[in-house]
Design a binder for this molecule. Structure first.
Ligand SMILES: *Cc1c(COP(=O)(O)O)cnc(C)c1O
Length: 375
């Protein structure tokens, strides 16, 4: 509140001319510091950050970008926004992108992989980075759903060539809308910086890395948004600690429920997110029916590629700008090609909102549920 009042009383609601006291600048400095990364750029959404990252990497028409078949549609849409083709990839039992399947889906047109840390569940970044280096493709981490987490001691979002956060209503920290791009690569940053502000060559830092000036978009973040984000960033450690404690609570209740076990996790020691794996789809449905605010991942609707109508239909605002025009081949979005994903989603449950319940209430609920199970 105080931060918002500051912005309004200074009458400086746009980030420029805010100087070093501007919240956008301070928020970016906070992200750089926290994630131990050279460059951070605050933007108006996670989708914008993904698009800016792909532009930063010079990805465009004719290129292929590998994205998981289980993510928010924005991950795939970002590829089409730069004229590239999203190539879908299975997820494994961890509900994150399957490294073996990435290998199979790389072609000579593949330019990037976008691993998505879904539901605070981190991807197998060691294997993904190894594949990417070997096959000479870039990695853009979509950490929209894992802001503030780490993988084997490194901040997620700072491991790939670029990484993005979202701060919309449903994320670990939020300003209603907002996003950020992280990178250690000056060229990616310079191009993203240019792209996020209509290609304005007059702005500070716009001539970094001697980039050519190009026409683009407005993805700027306002000082009002940045003030909220700056304040939330100070709370992020506490939020993550809280999520971890809740995970432990649910895990200990699960011990009493036959067949329910934590899904494989790519960094168990630092785990924050929890997916619960049942022996099969029916057992998962029964579990979800008995547990409060719990559903099978397959019932989460919009995060599954089968609901991504514009991607499946391969439509564009103007047919002349359709990425299909430049693609060397058509890609397979048929559900039959993604049976492993569908099977994992069907037998794995997620708890939608336990993290919004006060912790003692959560503990009571899960204790009771576990007791009723064994009774
Ligand atoms: C939220 C989210 C985004 C970006 O969403 P915005 O609403 O544009 O901030 C991208 N990818 C994933 C996986 C998300 O969950």
């Amino acid at each position: 509140m105080l931060a918002l009042c500051n912005v309004v009383s200074r009458r400086q609601l746009m980030r420029y001319r805010g100087g070093e006291n501007g919240y956008a600048d301070r928020f970016e400095a906070g992200l750089r510091d926290r994630c131990d990364v050279r460059h951070a750029l605050a933007v108006n959404s996670g989708t914008s950050a993904l698009i800016a990252a792909l532009v930063g990497l010079e990805i465009g028409p004719g290129d292929e970008v590998i994205v998981p078949a289980y993510t928010w549609m924005a991950t795939a849409v970002a590829a089409t926004a730069v004229g590239a083709t999203p190539v879908l990839c299975n997820v494994d039992a961890s509900l994150t992108i399957d490294p073996d399947d990435i290998e199979r889906r790389i072609t000579r047109n593949t330019r990037a992989i976008i691993p998505v840390h879904m539901n605070n569940l981190v991807c197998d970044m060691d294997r993904i980075m190894d594949i990417a280096r070997r096959r000479n493709v870039a990695v853009v981490e979509d950490a929209s759903q894992a802001v503030g987490l780490s993988y084997k001691g490194k901040a997620v979002g700072a491991i790939g060539d670029a990484g993005v956060f979202s701060f919309n209503q449903f994320k670990n920290i939020t300003a209603g809308e907002g996003g950020a791009l992280l990178t250690n690569n000056e060229k990616i940053y310079a191009r993203a910086l240019m792209y996020h502000d209509i290609g304005a060559s007059t702005r500070e830092g716009a001539n970094l890395h001697n980039q050519i000036v190009f026409a683009s978009m407005n993805m700027r973040v306002s000082e009002l948004t940045a003030a909220v984000l700056y304040t939330q960033l100070q709370r992020l450690d506490g939020i993550v600690r809280n999520l971890r404690a809740r995970r432990e609570t649910v895990l200990s209740a699960l011990k009493n429920i036959p067949g329910a076990e934590p899904a494989p996790h790519n960094d168990p020691e630092n785990a924050v997110g929890l997916a619960i794996r049942l022996p099969d789809a029916d057992a998962a449905a029964a579990f979800a029916g008995r547990m409060d605010r719990t559903s099978r991942a397959i019932d989460s609707g919009r995060h599954i590629f089968t609901t991504w109508k514009p991607i499946l239909d391969r439509t564009a605002a103007d047919p002349r700008l359709n990425p299909r025009n430049w693609a060397e081949r058509d890609v397979d979005y048929d559900v039959a090609a993604f049976q492993p994903t569908m099977a994992h989603l069907a037998r794995t449950c997620l708890m939608e909102t336990p993290f919004r319940l006060p912790h003692p209430m959560l503990r009571r609920k899960y204790r009771k549920a576990a007791q009723s199970w064994t009774a």
